[in-house]
Design a protein around this ligand. Structure first.
Ligand code: TRP
Length: 344
């Protein structure tokens, strides 16, 4: 068996997607957006607002377009440069839905039945969830592979979906005897900030869908809200800040706060503990809040400015859509030929 990762000869390309549902938070920023920005310096990057994924659960048609604009405002406010990176809406490029169908015929039921995110999202009522929700990871594979993307910056929770994308790419290449046609995309997950947890429960991911707003720092929170949320963040009764990483074991809330500090400061965990070990949370929490405010307040300000200029956002989306389409179109022509469709 050949290792197709090393034999794929095409160019490196980065792709990632963010759903236009709910406000972005610190976990999205540290886990994804900050990495998106770093990657655009030396990679061709394609960043997609995945509105087709959003409608796997019910969305309000009168709000969806505005939610898409809000994600773009956050992208730009965090430092994505629309001249360097391609920023666009998934629904504006038809290759995604088309390739998702072909991949539906490549992916196996058993592969999708193993997806833990579907089980979590569908809960006990899987019979009533949309077919689209079940099929969600196949569309995600299509997103990535419509551009033959090789690298995908995502949070830890998307690892399984990325493995599925690799399996689909590999099976397509084999089934249609097209060795190395699709790359086997690699997740870029590592680094501090890969997994930011809820401020109220260190075992649960920070999430836009958590009913408690105190569980997360939103990108649009002002300085007062940020300070208050860190002050109220859950810790434990096990005493002061530990001196080393071993002391974080069994203290998920403290580990999370230290991780957030490290990710914001661009330092490693031990460096943070060197500074705060042995000190109380009454010292650490205000320092963390101050660091977070200094990072986020310029972003918040820029986001508000962009949201006041929707025409500029729409220009970015239109231009990005055209550039994305220009990459995907010839790839889709090849795919149709490989599958063997009649082409007049
Ligand atoms: N499923 C991803 C998430 O929830 C979003 C997504 C959709 C995505 N398509 C993608 C991420 C393609 C990376 C690549 O975060």
């Amino acid at each position: 068996m050949t290792d197709q990762t090393t034999t794929y000869a095409g160019p490196e390309r980065v792709f990632s997607g963010v759903q236009p549902t709910g406000a972005l938070h610190l976990g999205n920023y540290l886990g994804a957006l900050k990495k998106f920005v770093a990657l655009q310096a030396d990679h061709e990057c394609v960043y997609c607002v995945v509105d087709l994924h959003a409608i796997t659960v019910t969305q309000d048609p009168s709000a969806l377009a505005q939610q898409t604009r809000e994600i773009v405002a956050a992208f730009l406010a965090c430092g994505l440069d629309p001249k360097k990176s391609i920023i666009f809406a998934q629904s504006s490029v038809l290759a995604h839905t088309e390739l998702a169908w072909y991949f539906n015929c490549v992916a196996r039921m058993g592969w999708l039945e193993r997806m833990t995110q579907f089980k979590d999202k569908a809960g006990k009522d899987a019979e009533r969830s949309s077919v689209g929700l079940f099929d969600y990871p196949v569309l995600q594979a299509a997103d990535i592979l419509a551009y033959k993307a090789t690298h995908v910056p995502v949070g830890e929770d998307q690892k399984q979906h990325l493995e599925l994308s690799r399996d689909i790419a590999d099976k397509f290449n084999r089934d249609f005897n097209a060795p190395n046609f699709f790359p086997l995309p690699e997740p870029l997950i590592k680094g501090p900030g890969a997994r930011i947890m809820s401020l109220k429960d260190g075992t649960k991911k920070m999430s836009k869908s958590d009913p408690s707003d105190l569980s997360r720092i939103n990108l649009i929170d002002d300085a007062d809200a940020i300070t208050k949320k860190f002050k109220k963040a859950k810790t434990d009764m096990l005493g002061d800040m530990p001196e080393d990483e071993a002391g974080l074991k069994g203290r998920p809330e403290v580990e999370n706060l230290v991780g957030i500090y490290a990710a914001l400061a661009g330092a490693d965990t031990q460096t943070v503990l060197d500074e705060f070990g042995g000190k109380g949370f009454g010292t650490f929490k205000p320092a963390l809040a101050e660091l977070a405010v200094s990072h986020l307040s310029p972003i918040t300000t820029r986001m508000r400015d962009y949201l006041n200029d929707p025409a500029e956002i729409d220009r970015v989306l239109k231009d990005g859509g055209a550039r994305a389409d220009a990459i995907a179109r010839p790839i889709m022509e090849e795919v149709r030929e490989i599958i063997g469709f009649w082409q007049g």
